[in-house]
Ligand binder design. Structure first.
Ligand code: HEM
Ligand code: 2DC
Length: 469
């Protein structure tokens, strides 16, 4: 990431004036020859000129603060063209992930109320808690079947199912059945399609999808197949809810899920609802499951810390007598562990915004309209920002004054992750239940690093051993 940016600096002078006289901002005159914390990457603002884009890259919390003050009323991030191209190709509407401007804002405001406002937590917790309990029961069963009083496995497939079951239960207010022994092959296909969708997206950050489509490239065809699988499965789930709602209009006082709430609210068109619910369902699988996998890996590497977390959970359980909503307010170290995981193993390698006003960062002028990227991965490992960054220390998050523009795993501001509340709750409940039931252990010294498949993933399988307490 950093090397690519640096090597492109040399090309700056060449591209600068040729394209557009207004784009004179990427010159050494503007930025000087010493480029302390800024890294520049490529070039050529016009996307037709093959996959290049201009950006200024920052890595300090203080600079992030300046960046987000200049994001404007309609914050816009880098467009993942592969995703918009697919929707254009299949004539599907953009959801909140891909919309921009007023269309984005009006949709987002309504979605916020049903998906991320604090008032929905009371609805989500019982649903997610049930999934957490079922996961634990499933692991107990696997341990029993092994006949060894322990279960050693690569948990990622199980975690994908846990994540999809969780997001499905809040979106549709009913269970998909993924914690059972026999699972619907269509659900498994959905999970496989999401991984394939991410994997096929990353090359298309550099090669324009329109061109790949023209030449019938395999990567484009695989990408289309992946999204087709995602949309077909989401359509089936949505149709299902739509049908039952028309047959039975009474909700029996039970929380009906995000989709039914949005349909009853009747403030967004059905097509808009479908588009965003599909994005939520697809966005809710690999993100949380991989973060949980990394967290278990870190807890396995730090047995003493694991015991500390277990003790915190036990106290919270006792003093609230199992009232989950209350219990979630009493586990700061568990929450710190999740922040620490996202610091060292962020899902998103960077955050980006097109700034809507001129800003000054590290004494350099950056003109309005420039794409500015905050390197989340780099910031998380910068010793000036996080002392001894290589250490996994959840307790560093216990002091709020340490957090100024440092906890950015879910992004920032009105354009931050829409699934944040679901993700955090689902992950906290998972850890509570796992810590209460199992000790996590790992096989000898295998160092696992990150690999980029649009999101960051472990570069090799992580084998964990679960033992009942
Ligand atoms: C956007 C991270 C889980 C749905 C984002 C962004 C980040 C992110 C960094 C961009 C935010 C920005 O530009 O400021 C994560 C992480 C997750 C996670 C770290 C879990 C550990 C989820 C889940 C869902 C979801 C569970 C769905 C239920 C979305 C959507 C957007 C988004 C729809 C686009 C929002 C918009 O453009 O208005 N996420 N995410 N994410 N995420 Fe997540
Ligand atoms: C990837 O250079 C690297 O949350 C690029 O749940 C810049 C970039 C732009 C947008 C980012 C993306 C990166 C990583 C994955 C993110 C995405 C925005 C939303 C998406 C962070 C950093 C994600 C995983 C969403 C995906 C929802 C989708 C499957 C429907």
């Amino acid at each position: 990431f950093i090397n690519a940016s640096l090597s492109c600096r040399e090309k700056m002078d060449y591209y600068e004036c040729e394209q557009n006289p207004k784009q004179v901002h990427f010159t050494n005159k503007t930025f000087g020859h010493k480029l302390p914390d800024l890294l520049f990457s490529v070039i050529v603002p016009d996307r037709e000129k093959i996959g290049y884009y201009n950006s200024v890259n920052i890595i300090k919390p203080e600079d992030a603060a300046i960046l987000f003050k200049a994001e404007g009323h309609y914050p816009k991030r880098l467009t993942v063209e592969a995703w918009t191209s697919y929707r254009d190709y299949r004539n599907r509407k953009y959801g909140v992930l891909l919309k921009n401007g007023e269309d984005w804002r009006s949709n987002r405001v309504i979605l916020n109320r049903e998906v991320i406002s604090p008032k929905v937590l009371g609805n989500f917790v019982p649903l997610l808690d049930e999934v957490g309990q079922d996961f634990v029961a499933r692991v107990h069963k696997k341990i029993e079947m092994s006949g060894q009083d322990k279960w050693t496995t690569d948990l990622s497939q199980e975690l994908f199912k846990y994540a999809l079951e969780s997001v499905g239960s809040v979106l549709y207010g009913e269970r998909l059945g993924l914690m059972l022994d026999y699972i619907n092959p269509e659900a498994q296909h959905f999970i496989d399609c999401i991984s394939l969708m991410f994997k096929t997206t990353s090359p298309m950050l550099y090669i324009p999808p329109a061109m790949l489509r023209r030449v019938g490239a395999k990567i484009w065809r695989d990408h289309v197949e992946a999204w087709d699988g995602i949309f077909n499965q989401a359509d089936r789930c949505i149709q299902n809810i739509y049908r039952t709602m028309r047959q039975d209009t009474t909700t029996h006082g039970k929380y009906p899920g995000v989709l039914a709430s949005l349909l009853m609210l009747d403030k967004l068109s059905i097509e808009d609802i479908k588009a965003s619910v599909t994005e939520l369902m697809a966005g809710g699988v690999d993100t949380t499951s991989i973060t949980l996998l990394w967290t278990l890996y870190e807890l396995a590497r730090h047995p003493d810390l694991q015991e500390e977390l277990r003790a915190e959970v036990a106290v919270a359980r006792q003093s609230t007598q199992g009232d989950m909503l209350q219990m979630l307010k009493m586990i700061p170290l568990v929450k710190g562990a999740l922040k620490e995981t996202l610091r060292l193993h962020p899902v998103a390698v960077s955050l980006q915004r097109y700034i809507t006003e001129e800003i000054i960062i590290q004494n350099y002028h950056i003109p309005c309209g420039t794409l500015v990227q905050l390197g989340l991965y780099a910031m998380g490992r910068d010793p000036d920002v996080f002392p001894r960054p290589e250490k996994y220390l959840p307790s560093r998050w216990l002091r709020t004054e340490n957090q100024y523009f440092r906890s950015l795993g879910f992004g920032f501001g009105p354009r931050q992750c829409l699934g944040r509340r679901i993700a955090e709750t689902e992950m906290q409940l998972f850890l509570i239940h796992m810590l209460e039931n199992f000790r996590v252990d790992k096989q000898r010294q295998v160092e696992v690093h990150s690999t980029f498949e649009l999101i960051l993933l472990p570069d090799k399988p992580i084998l964990l051993t679960l033992k009942p307490l």
